[in-house]
Design a protein around this ligand. Structure first.
Ligand code: CTP
Length: 413
């Protein structure tokens, strides 16, 4: 194993964790197979407990083959790995996910009923338990289910809101099991260190587009991956996050306030609107420095052999934030093709930043669109830290670590 993957694993709270996946009898049970695969990909050791009704929807053999472990389906089966399997599993579990969680298991758990393997196991569990309700909309909205879910919430269970849409039963409304990726994301959040709890963070990401005419624009190849990764990592670590992003193909992040903008002027408006409520601002966006001074109202025709496009400088949003920051923490990025240290330090001081994350564009391990990044961190007190190439999620966690270790204590002195 190389250093890079060792690092990622250290930051992944699911790696090597014992997770028990409880599957109940609902049409969404098929999605729990995909969820199991995702958890395994993150390095989790997963075991499965199924209710009798779940067996109508997915065969225990599927889970057995994928986990390489016996599947627990009954209170009284003879376990080859433990004398009383559901109790032993409860003791060993680091986390439990019930997906799908039917009205039945929700009712049993809320009432303390233990009459099968899953409900008995659940009463014996001491670790975090995440319930993913999935059922017909009318059932989900019934007084009984609503009451049981609020009881369970008060008891400390993590409840994932079901998605809304057209359900398998034909009704339209809430009740759909969230996609496995979302459930995984919530599990990571649930097991992460919450060292940014109580902090309000503003992150920017992606490119901006500056219109030339109705069908053309000036932009850059930023995909938004770095900014999205920082926002996701901060949310997992307990921060309340607003993500302002230019056009990207990336989907909205769970539990993050998403603001999608197009132009640098729209980004500036959104940033200044949200800055007052933020304690920490990280500007990873690749903002266009210039925009066409007068975008054409109609498509420009190719009549001339040459044309001149008059550009006007955009506001430097980060610099303005630096002026207004007061005791907020401000982190910028510097994408350079040469003289990284000199250019990054100049931006650090001119924009009044606490830290700047510099990277050399063109390096194969870093830059636009890449899944990895090789960055150097420059701090206000002169300290410089060059990081090895690593995946962008790991870079995000190091940035947040340094922020917590080196910058936050200075602000609270
Ligand atoms: N930035 C900004 N507003 C701009 C331009 C840049 O907020 N109009 C921010 C970026 O989000 C980044 C930092 O400033 O955090 C540095 O951006 P970069 O493009 O590396 O440098 P510039 O300041 O634009 O300077 P130059 O293009 O001359 O290198």
């Amino acid at each position: 194993m190389d250093d890079e993957s060792t690092f990622s694993i250290m930051k992944n709270p699911i790696h090597n964790k014992h997770i028990v996946l409880g599957v109940c009898g609902g049409i969404a049970a098929y999605k729990s197979v995909e969820l199991l695969r995702l958890l395994q990909k993150q390095g989790a050791q997963v075991r499965v407990i199924m209710t009798q009704n779940a067996k109508w929807f997915v065969g225990p053999l599927t889970f057995e083959a994928l986990t390489g472990q016996p599947v627990c389906t009954s209170l009284f089966e003879k376990g080859d790995d433990a004398p009383i399997r559901h109790i032993a599993w409860a003791e060993q579990a680091d986390a439990v996910i019930i997906a799908p969680a039917t009205a039945n298991i929700i009712g049993k758990l809320a009432g303390g009923i233990a009459d099968d393997a899953l409900s008995t196991f659940l009463l014996a569990v001491k670790c975090p338990v995440m319930l993913c309700p999935s059922m017909n909309t009318h059932m989900y909205e019934s007084k009984a289910v609503e009451r049981n879910l609020s009881l369970l919430k008060a008891d400390g269970y993590f409840i994932i809101e079901p998605g809304a849409g057209k359900l398998a039963c034909g009704t339209i409304g809430p009740g759909r099991l969230p996609e496995p990726e979302e459930i995984l994301d919530r599990m990571v959040s649930c097991l992460s260190r919450r060292d940014l709890a109580g902090k309000k963070m503003l992150v920017t990401a992606g490119p901006t587009r500056e219109d030339i005419d109705p069908v053309r624009f000036i932009s850059n190849p930023s995909t938004g991956k770095m900014g999205f990764s920082i926002a996701r990592a901060a949310e997992h670590r307990g921060a309340k996050v607003v993500l302002i992003t230019g056009p990207t193909n990336l989907p909205d992040l769970c539990n993050v306030t998403m603001v999608r903008i197009r132009t640098s002027e729209e980004m500036a408006d959104a940033v200044f609107q949200h800055m007052e409520k933020s304690d920490i601002i990280i500007k990873a966006a690749a903002v266009s420095d210039y925009r066409p001074r007068e975008p054409a109202k109609q498509k420009i025709k190719k009549e001339k052999d040459e044309m001149v496009l008059l550009l006007q400088k955009n506001q430097d949003i980060l610099k303005e934030l630096g002026r207004r920051k007061k005791d907020r923490i401000l982190v910028g990025f510097a994408a350079e093709t040469e003289n990284l240290k000199k250019n990054a330090l100049k931006k650090l001081s001119e924009k009044n930043l606490d830290m700047i994350v510099g990277n050399l564009v063109g390096d194969s391990a870093s830059g636009f669109g890449s899944d990895t990044n090789k960055v150097t961190l420059f701090f206000r007190d002169g300290m410089v830290e060059s990081l090895d190439a690593m995946d962008k999620d790991s870079v995000s966690h190091v940035i947040l670590d340094r922020l917590i270790e080196r910058i936050l204590p200075m602000k609270t002195e």
